[in-house]
Write a protein that binds this ligand. Structure first.
Ligand code: FA5
Ligand code: MG
Length: 491
């Protein structure tokens, strides 16, 4: 368990307003996370006061610059590392998945602050890729970010070349939507498997070696929808240096390995449902899984795996055949193979029937006491559902703003409006008391051409009933911050 030092953070801010100190210690957390972050001076990602440096975990000091947009609420959660906390559902989910990849080397303690080179350049993200923008990524300075995905460690891990297969589990950070399946900090597991052309014996081709490995993956009987061809010349192309037969074999190994994970999760979830007195075959409904084509700058062809959950398709992972350039730059040009990245929260939600991603951050014993790595998986029993309260806010954008959510991606100019800034303000003002924020109306004035947006905020605590006064105050602060930080005009 980690200890966050709010007092130190407050002290350092009061003294200079230029640095933040987030310290982790090996003792239990004395305060719930929400309490501790409230004590930390808030650093806005949107125009506002920025500390000159941040210190993370005692000795890692980062100079900030005008790219800094990481709020203290995010920095103070870095030491939590839910994937390493004994008996936490994220850690148990990680262990369950790791058990399906017995010979893969596991890396679980890689540090979350990485370079722009690691997070983007090494993976071939184009200079104008949307993911690089300050509206999407938490920067400490121009060259340093909180990793947005575990793929940030792909090139280094391939370069180290310690094992044919590896898994990396870690905390990742994104400025993103607010709803029940998105959180600005979440946990990913990266997996990769590669085969070395040079170490095959003369009578075995690479595709034969791969198919031999496919045969070792346990068979399953679920019906997985996979409507697209393995590759498509325009939509999902093969790489020039790979033959269609090689990719067919590697894709089969990848998909079968991941289907095996989903089946293991579903079986554990079904057993948990039976233990809870529900119908064996269908805890909620039969397992529905499908492969869909996808795009990532660092794999081709690429796919996503979706699972039908709570009346909709939930994306649980992205994957594909690793771009050969990455292997070449990592000094292992003769290796080829696959990689995937999955969201541990999303899998844990399926496994335990956890309805809201915010719950993972709860330090409430009513939540934490329900999980144990020593006992079989049990369904999560909601300790209570507290009332929700919807409130709308409508505003005019500044006349110079463009609200495309895709313009001026790397500019430091605060003029363009981006929805993620609304989300960030909601999180900053309300913390985990906001369940959901979504755009419910959009309108362009026929004469002035000015654009108006209406967002609906759903306030609900996971731990208690919010009073009317409290919700009204939160909403009023949210409205005022929208004006102050985004320059919008309330309607
Ligand atoms: C990636 O992050 C790629 N790095 C995955 C990858 C790895 C592709 C290796 C190819 C090879 P994506 O942005 O789709 O992809 O995120 C992967 C998974 O993380 C998603 O499928 C979802 O399960 C989870 N995820 C994404 N955003 C959030 C969020 N805000 N909150 C919780 N989970 C999220
Ligand atoms: Mg995705």
């Amino acid at each position: 368990m980690m200890w966050i030092a709010p007092a130190a953070a407050v002290a350092s801010c009061r003294l200079s307003c230029t640095s933040l100190r987030i310290i982790s210690r090996g003792s239990p957390t004395p305060w719930p996370w929400l309490f501790s972050v409230r004590c930390v001076r808030r650093v806005s990602s949107i125009p506002g006061t920025t500390p000159k440096e941040v210190t993370i975990e005692k000795d890692k000091v980062y100079k900030t610059d005008e790219w800094m947009n990481t709020p203290s609420t995010i920095l103070s959660a870095i030491p939590r590392r839910l994937h390493l906390q004994q008996d936490h559902p994220i850690a148990i989910t990680r262990q369950l998945i790791e058990s399906r990849f017995p010979n893969y080397k596991c890396h679980n303690t890689l540090f979350p602050v990485v370079t722009v080179e690691q997070n983007f350049d090494s993976l071939g993200f184009p200079a104008d890729h949307i993911g690089r923008s300050r509206t999407d990524t938490y920067y400490l300075n121009k060259d340093t970010v909180l990793r947005t995905h575990t793929s940030a460690h792909q090139a280094d891990t391939f370069r180290a070349n310690e094992s044919a297969g590896y898994l990396i589990s870690a905390d990742v950070y994104r400025r993103d939507a607010i709803d029940r399946s998105h959180y600005p900090i979440f946990h990913q597991m990266e997996g990769a498997m590669t085969w070395d052309r040079d170490s095959l014996d003369a009578s075995t081709s690479l595709k034969q070696a791969v198919w031999a490995d496919v045969a070792k993956i346990p068979a399953h009987s679920i019906d997985v929808e996979d409507a697209s061809p393995t590759s498509h010349p325009e939509r999902n192309p093969l790489q020039e240096c790979h033959s269609a037969e090689e990719v067919e074999a590697i894709a089969a190994h990848l998909k079968r390995s991941l289907e095996d994970v989903v089946v293991a999760i579903f079986n554990a979830a079904s057993r948990a449902a039976v233990a809870a007195g529900e119908t064996p075959a269908s805890p909620d409904e039969p397992l529905k899984v499908r492969w869909v084509e996808a795009y990532f700058p660092f794999t081709s062809p690429s796919w996503e795996l979706e699972v039908f959950w709570q009346d909709d398709w939930l994306e649980v992972l992205g994957c594909g055949i690793v771009k050969q350039d990455i292997m070449s730059h990592a000094g292992v040009p003769n290796r080829l193979g696959w990689a995937f990245g999955l969201g541990l929260e999303r899998i844990a939600m399926l496994l335990y029937s956890i309805p809201d991603i915010r719950l993972f951050w709860s330090t409430d014993a009513r939540f934490l006491s329900q999980f144990s790595s020593a006992a079989p998986i049990r369904r999560f029993v909601p300790f209570s559902k507290y009332p929700t309260c919807f409130k709308d806010v409508s505003f005019w954008l500044r006349s110079s703003s463009s609200a495309a959510g895709g313009l001026s991606r790397n500019a430091l100019s605060p003029v363009d409006f981006h929805e993620n800034d609304v989300m960030e303000i909601a999180r900053d003002v309300c913390g985990d008391l906001v369940e959901d924020v979504r755009l419910v109306d959009e309108f362009v004035h026929p004469k002035t051409g000015r654009k108006s947006l209406c967002y609906r905020t759903n306030y609900r605590s996971l731990e208690r009933t919010l009073t009317n006064d409290e919700t009204n105050q939160l909403h009023e602060r949210f409205r005022q911050q929208l004006v102050e930080k985004l320059g919008v005009e309330l309607r």
